[in-house]
Design a protein around this ligand. Structure first.
Ligand code: ATP
Ligand code: MG
Length: 252
């Protein structure tokens, strides 16, 4: 479980997160939604310790992240950032192999190599394994970064907008894969998404943020109401339930 208690964050006096408290149970897929600037990436960064904790507490499986050695944390939790930045001269296989670093410290074992091959295959990257990242399309590169995070083999996987640049086929495949990782391997996935329909279709729970606060938290059908979505995004959209699942349509 990820337990966030009273976390506030500010940058040079500007408040970004206000007393955020949230518990994310193990073995679920949580979608973090909300408008640009809501604080989604900031919250994930604090949980993954990319940002130092300023106030409040964050614990993963009971371990406080600000007092857990990096190497130990890296075996429990991984984050894929929204702006990955990339070294163009790195091959896809090398990048995915970085995910094994907390385990192998740079000396890959046979098991590490097996995990790398598995991640490459899962994310449909085997044919691209020898290519430099700089030569890939945006969506191919995005898949390589998610594969690296997956390859780390942690129980907790935080992914900031992993569907960026993916076409419809790969976006669907990515969501199905993440669902499988949760259902079959008991992993915990927290994913920032802008596409509400994907959140509704694949997430166990949705956390909605606005202005550095959590404004709603619960199963998709409870969170995704006309009023709530208008509060979040500032306009009215149509909310349909089709086969028990929420779907959003936009008025013209
Ligand atoms: N290093 C920083 N210095 C100053 N302000 C920052 C910094 N990082 C983030 N912010 C501000 O904090 C707020 C929340 O940013 P954050 O990146 O967490 O939003 P987000 O919900 O991930 O948005 P998006 O959907 O656009 O990715 C924004 O107003 C942003 O400008
Ligand atoms: Mg963001």
């Amino acid at each position: 479980m990820i337990e966030i208690e009273g976390v506030s964050l500010s940058h040079r006096g500007t408040p970004i997160l206000h007393e955020v408290s949230l518990a994310l149970p193990k073995g679920e897929l949580t979608a973090l939604i909300g408008p640009n600037g809501a604080g989604k990436s900031s919250l994930l960064s604090v949980v993954a310790r990319l940002q130092p904790l300023q106030s409040g507490s964050v614990a993963v499986d009971g371990l406080p992240v600000d007092r857990t050695p990096s190497r130990e944390l890296a075996r429990m939790l991984t984050i894929m950032r929204q702006d990955t930045g990339f070294a163009g001269r790195l091959t896809v296989r090398e990048l995915v192999g970085f995910g094994r670093f907390p385990h192998s410290r740079g000396r890959l074992t046979d098991e590490d190599r097996e995990r790398i091959d598995e991640a490459l295959a899962l994310f449909d990257l085997t044919a691209l394994a020898g290519r430099d990242l700089g030569t890939l399309s945006g969506g191919q590169r995005q898949r390589a970064f998610v594969a690296m995070a997956f390859c780390q083999g942690t129980d907790y996987l935080l992914l900031d907008e992993p569907l960026n640049n993916l076409d419809m086929m790969y976006a669907r495949q990515m969501m199905r894969l993440l669902r499988k990782v949760v259902d079959r391997r008991g992993r915990t996935v927290v994913i920032v998404l802008h596409d509400i329909n994907y959140a509704a279709a694949y997430a166990d729970r949705i956390v909605a943020m606005k202005d550095g606060r959590i404004v709603a938290h619960g199963p998709p059908n409870d969170v995704l109401t006309v009023g709530r979505l208008e509060q979040l995004y500032g306009y009215r959209m149509q909310v349909h339930r089709i086969d028990g699942r929420t779907m959003i349509r936009h008025h013209d």
